[in-house]
Design a protein. Structure first.
Length: 497
């Protein structure tokens, strides 16, 4: 198969990029079209060189502009690996240590448990091993600035023992990046840009801004109201250490090649070999099941390093990470022993996990697997089954509604402010024959009667229709509404009046 690969091109060359093997090229395009993905970009590096960087499909539905190797995508959580590398440079120059207590740099960040507050380190945050719940909607639906998001870490509930398991957490990871910014005495975005992005010559990449500021950018898409359509970009500016970086297929090749190396770039030391090993070594083991290992091609174990997932692919050591900004799933992986790196960036939530599936098929090709799996086909079929289950669950919820009931009290009685320690004030107001809800100064929703004292929550921003839910009011002994509870996607919210 190596003979089928194109002549490798150095990153410093400017001619047209090499082509993928025809059968792989056709596979990627067929998967894109079959999944309903408007556009995607693929990057492959091997043996210290760029093999290919190529775009497929269009940047935005209904418009002719094509995705190419210079189209900008939001890297979302892939940015965590950049954050860890920026911190590594501070560790190398003695500014901070992996095992510094977080309170040394951010004394305002506390846990609900005093022992955890005193013990949690930068390493714990970067490895997602604090044991507390994610609380994603605390930053996603609220209007809190970064400082307030960090202050509210103290209200995250314990889900497991400290350092007992990996619980992916954007909020606590953000604390690591902001601690590094405090240590470096500069804004976080400047830290990553000056320590990592600029030294690697990633000239087309940006940090801490909307990716749509680039003229050549991929528009995010989602199915809203039954229609697949473009949506506006919404980078979560309050958690930049978790999602700051934007890049292109051609530019991200530099990051993959650097991550496959010893910490130098073009003869200049960026990160020490010791810190490279630390980032890429498992810091916590992730429990797996036979089904998970079979689905991902994992033969041995799964873990999390510092800003990287640490697993294997068909027995080959692999480091990877995915990301999902609104309407924009992305994925990257490196196989250090094989000197291979792959990135796949898509521009629609309809893509699901197609990004990882295409990366797996590319790896099958590069590793010369005799019987490569139809990774994309499996993913597309799994998505169809998941959509069917979701439709069934929605129908079941509709049939569970008890007709002929009415609220226990007049609508005005439910109006008021219900406060959840983590999420903050949930403000309910009367609006004609319905109620409205504003979530912590941010997202708004209509509350329409469902049955008894339960109301249907319909978010005004229909991009978040996946988070539509039911809200239940609990009444006190006098019959007055005192508590508001709802499950917001995976977060449990309970406000008391």
């Amino acid at each position: 198969m190596r003979k089928l690969l194109p002549i490798l091109l150095a990153l410093t060359t400017t001619p047209a990029l090499a082509q993928l093997p025809p059968e792989l090229d056709a596979y990627i395009e067929n998967a894109r079209a079959s999944s309903g993905t408007p556009g995607l970009a693929v990057t492959i590096v091997r043996d210290g060189r760029l093999v290919a960087a190529k775009g497929y499909g269009v940047r935005e539905l209904g418009k002719p502009e094509r995705v190419d190797e210079n189209t900008m995508f939001d890297l979302a959580s892939i940015s965590k690996s950049f954050t860890a590398a920026a911190i590594a440079t501070l560790v190398d120059d003695g500014t901070m240590r992996w095992d510094d207590p977080v309170r040394r740099w951010l004394p305002q960040v506390e846990s609900g448990d005093p022992c955890r507050s005193a013990s949690v380190t930068i390493r714990d945050l970067l490895a997602h091993r604090t044991g507390v719940e994610p609380g994603n909607f605390m930053f996603r639906f609220s209007n809190y600035p970064t400082a307030e998001v960090l202050r509210r870490i103290r209200f995250l509930k314990e889900r497991d023992s400290f350092r007992g398991s990996m619980i992916y957490n954007n909020v606590t990871f953000t604390a690591a990046g902001e601690a590094a910014a405090a240590a470096a005495k500069m804004p976080f975005s400047d830290l990553v840009r000056t320590r990592i992005v600029e030294p690697l010559g990633m000239r087309d990449s940006t940090v801490g801004v909307e990716h749509t500021l680039a003229a050549n950018h991929a528009s995010p898409h989602a199915t809203v109201g039954g229609k697949h359509q473009p949506i506006r970009n919404r980078k979560a500016m309050t958690i930049l250490p978790a999602n700051a970086v934007n890049s292109t297929a051609k530019d991200i090749a530099r990051w993959l090649l650097f991550s496959l190396g010893d910490g130098t770039w073009e003869g200049k030391r960026i990160v020490s070999p010791e810190s490279m090993r630390e980032m890429h070594s498992p810091q916590i083991i992730i429990a797996t099941t036979p089904e998970m290992r079979a689905a991902r091609g994992v033969q041995f174990f799964a873990g999390y390093g510092l800003g990287w997932q640490v697993m294997d692919f068909r027995g080959h050591p692999m480091l990877w990470h995915s990301g999902s900004a609104d309407g924009m799933p992305v994925y990257m992986a490196i196989l250090p022993a094989d000197r291979i790196g792959v990135a796949v960036m898509t521009n629609s939530w309809e893509s699901g996990t197609l990004h990882g599936a295409l990366a797996s098929r590319i790896l099958d090709t590069l590793l010369e697997v005799k019987e490569p799996r139809d990774w994309a086909g499996e993913t597309i079929e799994a998505a169809k089954r998941a959509n069917a289950r979701a439709a069934e669950e929605s129908a079941a919820m509709e049939t569970s509604r008890i007709a002929g009931t009415s609220p226990s009290r007049p609508l005005d009685a439910y109006a008021g402010t219900y406060t959840d320690p983590l999420y903050g004030d949930l403000v309910v107001t009367r609006d004609g024959d319905k109620l409205t809800l504003q979530f912590a100064g941010g997202q708004k929703a209509d509350l329409t009667h469902w049955h008894y004292d339960v109301f249907r929550v319909t978010w005004h921003d229909r991009v978040y229709e996946f988070a539509d839910t039911l809200a239940a009011f609990a009444l006190d002994a006098a019959g007055n509404p005192r508590r508001l509870e709802m499950k917001l996607y995976r977060d449990q919210v309970a406000g008391v009046r």
